[in-house]
Write a protein that binds this ligand. Sequence first.
Ligand code: SF4
Length: 310
Amino acid sequence: MQREKIRKEMIGRLNIHLASHYGMCFGVRDALAVTRNTYDENEVTVLGQLVHNPLVSQELIENGIKEGELKDPPTNTKGTVIITAHGASDSDRVRWSSPQRKVVDTTCPLVHKAHQSLVSLIDSGFFPVVIGKKGHAEVNGLIGDFPQAIVIEKEEDIFDVPYEGKIGIVSQTTQPIDRVNELVQRIRSLRNNAEVRFIDTVCSPTKNRQEAVKNLCEVCDLIVVVGGSNSNNTSQLVSTVERLGCRAVQVERPEDIILDWFTETKAVGVTAGTSTLNETVISVYERIKVISEELTVKDREYLGKERILC
Ligand code: SF4
C-alpha cells in the first residue's frame, strides 16, 4: 500500500521516485506567507532565521528584511519584528513587546503544542527534559523559561537526568520519532526509580516525511535529500537514510547535483526537508531526469564503441 503512494518514473536509465510526503510544511509556508505580506513595510526584522533555507534567506534580503536575534537587546529595533515558526520563550516575547514596535508571531501551532505540553508537565511536578538539538531555536524557545530543563541530544546527556522523582519529557517537533522513542526507553531503563512521563510532540509533517523516506529506501539505492545545510529536519532525513544502509546526498539546489553520483545507481529517490520550497524540489527532480538521459546517451556511445572494437 505504502509503495503505491510513491510517484515513480522511468526516465532514461534511472527509476526516479518522489517521496509520498516531502518538502515545505504548513507551519513554514504560513510563516513565509505572513513575512511576504510585510515586504512593503518600512522596517521589518525577523528574530532568527525564518526558514533554514538559503534561497528563502536570499529572497528576504532582496526585499529589505533584516535578520536579528531573539537574544539581541530590543531597544534599537523599531517597526515590525517577526517571531519565527520555531517559536520563542515567554520571557523573550515580553522583552520584545513594546508600543514602539509591532510584534508578528508566526510560531507554528505544533510548536505551541510542544510548549503547552512542557508547561503542563512542569505544572504537574515533573522535571523538564527536552529531546532535541542543543542550541536550536525551537529548543532554546522551549527551555527559555525553565533554566533547570535538560536537553537530551545524545545518549550521554541522560547522565544529567535526576535519578528519582518525576521526569517529564517532550521532544523538539522535528526529531525522528524512532530516535526519540529509543531515547525515552533508555531514560526509562536508566532511571527505573523515577516516574517517567513522555508526551509525543514530534509534528505530523516530520513523521510523514520520515515514514516516506523509509519507504523510498526500500526501493532505491540512492536518496537525494533537498534542503539547507543548516536545516535540522533535512539532516535528520539524511541520517535516517544512512541508518537504513542506503546512500544519501544532500543538495540545496539543482546546480549542486553531480552526474558521477548516479553512474552505479538504478533507482533514485527524491525527498526534501520541511523548509524546502516545492519549486526547488521539482527543479532537482527535473535535473535528475536530464542526468538520467545523459547517462543513457553515454551508455549507448560506450556500447557502440564496444561493437566497433569487436
Ligand atoms: S516542522 Fe512541524 S512544527 Fe516545525 S513548522 Fe513545520 S509543521 Fe510546524
